[in-house]
Design a protein around this ligand. Structure first.
Ligand SMILES: *Cc1c(COP(=O)(O)O)cnc(C)c1O
Length: 473
């Protein structure tokens, strides 16, 4: 399997190349040259497979010859052994022909673990095979940082540095990052905002001598391997509720468009999907696109579902590439317009093609709290605010209630305890493996919002780890 950039570059790259590269050199995102396709009979035969074996079926065509089958199986098995249930993504009936798929059973309680727990051992294996070592640097507003740290802790060939805004993440989120205590894990509490953290990371990557010397790399949500790992649970969910004999509708709370794009990929691979319903909070750029065909950037508004407080959905470019029938030059031109003018619009037939599968709905904080409360009263179960946004959109926009609907539960309610308590007057408990989170020792490194300070911090620690690990950069 070869990969191409959404902006046209076609350098014959394989899976391991795009894994390590992240972003394409022309600024685009990598996508497989073609979608692997499975027949209905083949998919139907997967009904009784374990999550690990289903992942092997779905991912093997994308990986191609880059990894031996036994190696891939070892990595997948390792990845999902850190979930608190072998089902990985258990389904719960919650209403008439309606299910919740719980994607929060990984170590950091958000769906990002499903992909990142796989990426950690995968990176380590590919780096060891190539005799390389990397330094991952990332900025986080909360969820991605802890998931990336858990995935990379104690890995032989990786150092990881995560920048987060000092005193601007929740206590659960901060403690998940600062109590890890692994020698290769470093957190930086930057005296600034999340945007300052992102700007610092961008500046480090743009400092080419520093980037090369430190061997900087990223695990952000544009990495193809993350999308690939997320495709698996769309097959998993559909098979549990009557697919592929019946089509299935999915309701997905959406920020960067990575999660729901994996659902689109599953449909291209032969899974019968009726609708992909995208839920937005007040930051509704995607919902407005699906309503009007125009993508127009606005101001980021803070909400009670902060992991979706985003105005630029990076992974949308992958859908645009599909809607433009893989015309890379046209994607490049559109993205240039978007960068320069903060907006673009697609032709009516392109919007119509998108609307064949996609619908979008927006729900503000008050509507989100009302759904969390109503769901608690009806079922005695607590929902996290992101999940509630997705479920609200699904219920509002579902076209056919005879078609099963699966709402993706993207975080455990205890990850956002204040919002849940505000809605229900009940504070969610942390699961057992995190029950002592508030007692664990923290290691907090506060740095001024100053690039030289950040650079020096990284340089010092990579040398230390490099010397003790016997693999100096
Ligand atoms: C990251 C995140 C989302 C948004 O997912 P995207 O792939 O960026 O669309 C939704 N819910 C939670 C809890 C998240 O952490």
């Amino acid at each position: 399997m070869h990969y191409v950039s959404t902006r046209g570059e076609n350098a014959g790259l394989t899976f391991d190349d795009v894994l390590l590269a992240g972003l394409a050199r022309d600024g685009g995102l990598y996508v497989p040259e073609e979608w692997p396709a499975f027949g209905a009979a083949e998919i139907a035969a997967w009904k009784d497979l374990s999550y690990v074996e289903l992942a092997m079926k779905v991912m093997t065509p994308f990986v191609g010859d880059a990894l031996a089958e036994a190696e891939l199986r070892r990595i997948v098995t390792d990845a999902y052994s850190h979930f608190d249930t072998p089902e990985v993504a258990p389904l719960k009936p919650i209403g008439h022909n309606e299910w919740l798929m719980e994607l929060f059973h990984g170590p950091t309680l958000a769906f990002k673990d499903v992909a990142l727990q796989f990426l950690g051992p995968l990176f380590d294996h590919v780096l060891a095979a190539r005799g390389e070592r990397i330094c991952i640097v990332g900025a986080t507003s909360g969820d991605t940082g802890s998931a990336a740290i858990e995935a990379c802790r104690d890995r032989d060939n990786i150092d990881i540095f995560i920048l987060y805004p000092h005193e601007r993440v929740s206590e659960v989120q901060r403690r998940q990052m600062t109590t890890v205590g692994a020698a290769n894990v470093h957190t930086i509490a930057l005296e600034g905002t999340f945007d300052d953290c992102q700007d610092a990371v961008k500046a480090l990557f743009n400092d080419i001598p520093f980037r090369d010397r430190m061997k900087l790399s990223a695990v952000n949500s544009i990495n193809w391997a993350r999308i690939m790992a997320q495709i698996v649970y769309y097959f998993w969910g559909a098979l549990k509720v009557g697919g592929p004999e019946t089509p299935v509708t999915f309701a997905v709370p959406t920020g960067n468009f990575g999660n729901v794009f994996a659902g689109y990929a599953a449909a291209q691979m032969g899974l019968p999907v009726k609708q992909l319903i995208v839920g937005s909070n007040a930051n509704d750029i995607l919902t407005r696109f699906f309503e009007t065909g125009a993508m127009k950037i606005g101001q980021v508004v803070p909400t009670i579902s902060p992991s979706m407080d985003i105005q630029i959905s990076s992974n949308f470019e992958r859908l645009l590439h599909e809607l433009y029938r893989r015309d890379g030059a046209k994607v490049a031109q559109t993205m240039a317009t978007f960068r320069d003018e903060g907006r673009f619009a697609v032709e009516a037939e392109v919007l119509a093609a998108a609307r064949e599968l996609f619908d979008g709905g927006r729900f503000d904080d008050e509507q989100t709290r009302i759904l969390i409360d109503a769901h608690y009263v009806a079922t005695d179960e607590l929902l996290d605010p992101h999940t509630a946004v997705g479920l609200s959109a699904g219920r509002a926009l579902r076209k056919d209630t005879a078609v099963p609907m699966i709402a993706l539960a993207t975080a455990h309610p205890a990850k956002f305890p204040d919002a849940v308590e505000d809605a229900t007057y009940r504070r969610p408990d942390l699961p057992a493996h995190l029950a002592d989170l508030y007692e664990r020792d923290e290691r907090i490194n506060v740095l001024a919002n100053d690039l030289d300070a950040v650079r020096a911090f990284i340089e010092d620690r990579v040398e230390v780890t490099g010397a003790s690990g016997g693999a100096a950069a």
